[in-house]
Design a protein around this ligand. Structure first.
Ligand code: IMP
Ligand code: MG
Length: 203
């Protein structure tokens, strides 16, 4: 259990995708990418930080020559809350001009981050651009962005694990789980056990 910023306990809830399911799906995606990009030496661009575990597992099953690069894009997100303001914190190290690029993303939610990146890569004159996302939350989309390779579709819940965090925690889980924002405790006067838990945390 974790203590969120706004006086709210966070719980790890249901496991939505197990370690075994992730392993076999990542292998399938790697096989598909290896087949689609034979002889093309694509650059796989991982979005940090959420995409680092996915990239590391994916490339170990890719059988064709390829390169990797990293970009840190900050989308102003306060815990669970979404925002549309996006900024590059750490840019790519190599030119992508005339290259086949695959963005390796942890999760596509509103689509704002991907849309921003697609526009940026388009301006840098890539030869081709595809997106590979471990998770897709299609019901949350605000901007239409094509996702060419999808690991799993997930419902509109906040998920953590396998690289995905909540306030920098839970990236190390080997599975994907739902994070349950417990009711704001000040309002949950009818749940005395939780109130006790909170005061214990505060000590
Ligand atoms: P966007 O809303 O599609 O722009 O997603 C921006 C980023 O928010 C993603 O790359 C994730 O890092 C993060 N994000 C979106 N949904 C979740 C979630 O359920 N858990 C953890 N991070 C998330
Ligand atoms: Mg994140």
């Amino acid at each position: 259990m974790d203590f969120g910023r706004k006086g709210c306990f966070m719980h790890i809830g249901r496991v939505l995708i197990t370690q075994e399911e992730i392993y076999s799906r990542v292998r399938e995606l790697a096989d598909q990418i290896s087949a689609d990009y034979a002889d093309r030496n694509p650059i796989l661009i991982s979005l940090l930080k959420g995409g680092f575990i996915f990239l590391a597992d994916l490339v170990r099953h890719i059988t064709i020559p390829h390169e990797v690069d990293f970009i840190t894009v900050h989308s102003y997100r306060d815990g669970l809350k979404r925002s549309e303001r996006i900024e590059i914190l750490n840019d790519l190290k190599r030119s992508v001009r005339d290259r086949d690029v695959i963005i390796i993303d942890d999760i596509v939610d509103t689509g704002h981050t991907l849309s921003f990146l697609e526009q940026m890569l388009d301006e840098r004159r890539v030869r081709s651009l595809r997106v590979c996302a471990l998770l897709d939350k299609p019901s949350c989309r605000e901007i239409a962005v094509p996702v060419d390779y999808v690991g799993f579709k997930v419902p509109d819940v906040f998920v953590v694990g396998y690289g995905l965090d909540f306030m920098e925690r839970y990236r190390n889980l080997s599975y994907i789980a739902e994070l349950i924002p417990a009711a704001v405790l000040d309002e949950a006067a009818d749940v005395p056990a939780r109130k006790e838990e909170r005061s214990a945390h505060a000590k």
